[in-house]
Design a protein around this ligand. Structure first.
Ligand SMILES: [Zn+2]
Length: 56
């Protein structure tokens, strides 16, 4: 599961070069803010599971 303010790292970096994202909304869809360019994306939680390196 994901929690608000959790930092996750994706396997592939964002276009801006950062691979760190902050969880800003949880639920069936997860909202993530890129820590490099502050862009916000939304992903289904199962999609996010596949894209991150680790979840602690
Ligand atoms: Zn970015």
């Amino acid at each position: 599961m994901y929690v608000i303010d959790q930092i996750v790292e994706t396997k592939k970096p964002h276009v801006c070069g950062s691979s760190s994202w902050k969880v800003i909304r949880t639920g069936a869809s997860i909202k993530l803010e890129c820590q490099g360019c502050k862009r916000v994306i939304m992903l289904d939680s199962f999609e996010l599971d596949k894209r991150i390196k680790k979840s602690k």
